[in-house]
Design a protein around this ligand. Sequence first.
Ligand SMILES: [Zn+2]
Length: 418
Amino acid sequence: MASCAAVTDSIEIIFEARAAYIAGRGLMHDAAVLVRGGLIVDIVPRSATADLSCRRVETELLLPGFINAHCHVEYSHLRGCLPAGVPFPDWLAAMYDAKRHGTDEDFAAGAREGVKQLLAGGTTTVVDSHSRPATAAILAESPLRYVALFEMIGLDDARAEDAMGLLRQRLAAPSAGRCIASGVNPHAPYTVGPALRARLRELLGERPELPCGWHLAESEAEMEMLASGAGPLADFLDSHGLPRAFETAPGCGAVQYLEREGLLASCDAAFHLNFPAEGDAAVFAPPRLIVHCPGTHRFFARPPFPMWKMLSCGANIALGTDSLASGESLSMLKQLRLAASAFSFLSGVQLLDLATRNPARWRPLAALKPPVGIIAPGACADFASLTAGPGVLADLREILVHPATRVAATFIAGEQVA
Ligand SMILES: [Zn+2]
């Protein structure tokens, strides 16, 4: 009893929730989440805390802070600037121009805006791919927890050399802010040439702890290029005077291609994987991850993602926003809503898993102590506080999809950040 009293005496904040999503199991009504030192100490009925004197935060629906498993904050200034609903290579050509013509300040402003929108949409942990040093600094100054993936593109030897030099500098820099880990995002099979592949094999062989994610099997055009070496992506490269990533067509899918190149063992995450081959789901079982981005999927008017097949074959699937260059929102609540409308078979718990527990099983996050993505004693006090459109007594799925449900506030380590 004495130790219980000691615990409750030193509580700094009580989050009083009309309903809280506890331990990934379901809603507890009239809950009190006790927080000290940025961590959840205990969860008790609200009525049991009447005698405690400390700061109280009243919330309607308390969820774990969302984990956004794929984002590029530095492209947030491009919202509405690139064509939607067009074939992927047409978008890529517009993106290529936007990247060439944008200034460092444009991308820094994008990163700052991106961070703001992530926080406003309930994200407390983000896996962000970026290449600009300013973006790394902006993330480090933000309250977000993040995994920083350095995006690498290099089709010729000179670009490969440059990209590796910048990566080594980045990896040598001291960890700052709430950085969980730094790693690498070799962009995609069609933008990583033989010299860069060789250097990545060497680096990832030496440093197996580095998180690594690729954009894989995202578009029909990528699949065509892998299968035959031809098609609109090959035309894009030719028309921009860029060399091919491979001299002869691999004649296989994206995951098999990485395996042949000796780069699959080090690949922790597949971004998109819209066109999986047989067996790919099992490859991306925990602690690996497939990241589905509902907003980007809708932006390109893509055929339905094979969510059920991949889940039922053992894949670990999370949601991401991708960037505002190919989507309208960095709100994870909006991604959950889009996922709910695309996958009517997913329950409220399964939907929330896509933004909380599934990404928390990803290797770079799974070892985190204290853990994220869950409201449980000992976990980080990271929360998305929602107003529940249909009320907290409604079914969880119904609450998430209701148009009047919104993120009222976001908390990281117990402190309000949006
Ligand atoms: Zn992406």
